[in-house]
Design a protein around this ligand. Structure first.
Ligand code: ZN
Length: 173
């Protein structure tokens, strides 16, 4: 894994790459999670997926305090959504897609599974904002960004802003 984490933005191909499962639950993984947490707080985010810092592995962290003063990091290793129900529309943003915020419709409640830092398998359910953050972050592990989930009209409207982000990142889209 990389020593220096770098925030990757829209247009960077690493955000579109499929991720590999984590197989080693060791000190290197813990160290990487710590560095991801530093990046998450530095960027004032509530969730971060490994591809966003250039690492194509199935690793997500979520700040369960959602930006409040208490830091409670939930690491999700090899996470997967098992089922979803209901539907709701919530405004989303993304550290990799700066300054763009749009309403996205997704299931309201989810059942998901993941492994903890020790490799233990856990099943959990979530609703509300947590369910939303989990779904947004897990999309990153499949190379999907929240703007992909917008209507064609919305996407057309955002095309120029997205192109600008990609150009600043050094890529033409
Ligand atoms: Zn994101």
């Amino acid at each position: 894994m990389n020593d220096n984490l770098k925030m990757c933005h829209y247009g960077n191909p690493v955000l579109r790459r499929k991720t590999e499962p984590v197989t080693e639950f060791n000190g290197e993984l813990r160290d990487f999670i710590d560095r991801m947490a530093d990046m998450l707080y530095e960027q004032n985010g509530v969730g971060l997926a490994a591809p966003q810092v250039g690492v194509s592995q199935k690793i997500v962290i979520i700040d369960l305090s959602f930006g409040e003063e208490v830091d409670r990091i939930l690491p999700l290793i090899n996470p997967e959504i098992l089922s979803g129900e209901g539907e709701c529309s919530i405004e989303e943003g993304c550290l990799s897609v700066p300054k763009i915020f749009e309403q996205v419709t997704r299931p309201e409640r989810i059942l998901f599974k993941y492994q903890d830092l020790g490799g233990k398998r856990i099943e959990a359910d979530a609703d509300g904002y947590l369910a939303r953050v989990v779904q947004h972050e897990l999309d990153h592990l499949e190379g999907i960004l929240f703007v992909d989930r917008l209507s064609t009209v919305k996407k057309t409207f955002l095309a120029r802003a997205l192109r600008d982000i990609a150009e600043a990142e050094g890529y033409k889209i």
